[in-house]
Design a protein around this ligand. Sequence first.
Ligand SMILES: [Mg+2]
Length: 142
Amino acid sequence: MSLDERGGATNEGAARSGGRNWRLLIVDDSNIIRRRIERSQQFSDLEVVGAASNGVEALELFRKTDPDLVTMDLTMPQMDGIECIEKLVEWKPAVRILVISALADKATAVDAMEKGANGFLNKPFTDRQLNEALAELIRGRR
Ligand SMILES: [Mg+2]
């Protein structure tokens, strides 16, 4: 299936992100959102290495799978995204984190960025928005 057939990001940079393989960990307490992110991402050189439903599970999977990229929900049981971001960045400062959350509270988004997140995508999002945000994360603009 081509990028066009799947709809979403057809801009340059979506399918090619440059000469290496990226390992992605998806963190969200919604199974629907986790599957949506996994299915909608259109990068041929990106491998989804794990999916976690809360911060505690994310830390465990992070240790096991050593991802380069993380999509991070904020509101989750057991351990929320803010606390999880803090720990992930402590363990692996080079990790790139895209927060994917409903922006109910701007202060929370600012907090996430201060803790080391690299981008923010507001829920609900389109496939195109997701792929553009991931492309930006891979390019490492922030
Ligand atoms: Mg949530």
